[in-house]
Write a protein that binds this ligand. Structure first.
Ligand SMILES: [Mn+2]
Length: 289
């Protein structure tokens, strides 16, 4: 049974909830998706793919699982987006109360607001870093304030310390909002192939960070299976470089990886996402902050 995230079969003592440093919260929610479906199957596909990776992280020279990674049963949230957000918040708050590091696997991006609310309650000085092709700054979308397309707008109502990375698709309303609010948006066309901007971005943010990673921030040639693939995204090594700098310089207190859209005909994206998830945990626990 593929119900625990981890490379190969992680020995039981490293998946035990009590001893785990990190807790994976799968949320296979697909309530407000606009275009391609398939993200509801993604957490399970990612977890399944994670069984075929190496325990050893060749970049970090460590075996990340030894920090203890527990995977919760998938959260079967209500279809209604507002109710779903409350359920995600409750599940996230429990993980935080137990002093464990929450790592949520989506599911669509609307789930991130629930984890954000729980983190913000515990860490009032929280900052937010989003990697995404889309700014998600609409005030509402398809009659929902809790749509995936409005998640950063909701977050910015209570947190202006945000950085949005690899953005390359916005509407007029979002462009006007970014200008008016002077929101820190690092457009893909401006940062592609460059890294000098990272230092300046980090300097403007508080120490405690919620990292929300919409996997469509990566280029579709690297990660084709996502709901709304946009050309001009981050490469594998660009992604890792940005993440490494974030984890090295900040205290990431919670994170998510959303919008993978599993496809039965290809394992490429599932496997990439699993590897990325394991590397993110490695950065969290094996790089200094
Ligand atoms: Mn997106």
């Amino acid at each position: 049974m593929h119900n625990q995230f981890g490379c190969g079969e992680i020995p039981e003592k490293y998946t035990d909830y009590k001893k785990a440093s990190a807790v994976i919260l799968p949320v296979p929610y697909e309530g407000t998706v606009s275009y391609g479906k398939g993200t509801a199957a993604a957490p399970q596909a990612l977890i399944k793919a994670s069984y075929f990776q190496e325990f050893y992280d060749d970049e970090l020279g460590c075996e990340t699982y030894t920090k203890g990674i527990h995977t919760l049963a998938p959260l079967k949230a209500a279809k209604n987006p507002e109710a779903m957000v409350n359920e995600v918040k409750k599940a996230s708050a429990k993980i935080l109360k137990d002093n464990k590091f929450p790592f949520m696997l989506g599911g669509e991006h609307s789930i991130s607001y629930g984890l954000y609310l729980a983190l913000k309650e515990k860490y009032p000085d929280l900052g937010v870093i989003q990697i995404d092709a889309h700014a998600d700054l609409r005030d509402s979308y398809e009659d929902s304030k809790y749509s995936h397309a409005a998640v950063m707008r909701r977050i910015r109502e209570t947190c202006k310390d945000t950085a949005q990375i690899a953005i390359r698709s916005i509407c007029r309303e979002e462009a006007d909002y970014i200008k008016k609010e002077k929101a820190a948006v690092y457009f893909a066309r401006e940062i592609s192939g460059k890294s000098a901007w990272i230092k300046g971005m980090l300097k403007k943010l508080p120490k405690k960070i919620f990292l929300t990673f919409d996997i469509d921030g990566m280029d579709p040639s690297v990660l084709p299976h996502t709901g709304t693939p946009e050309p001009g995204g981050l490469s594998w090594y660009e992604t890792l470089h940005i993440l490494r700098e974030i984890f090295k310089n900040k205290d990431v207190v919670g994170m998510d990886l959303v919008e993978l859209s599993s496809d039965k005909t290809s394992r490429n994206s599932d496997f990439l996402a699993a590897k990325l998830a394991y590397r993110m945990l490695g950065y969290k626990f094996f790089t200094k902050s």
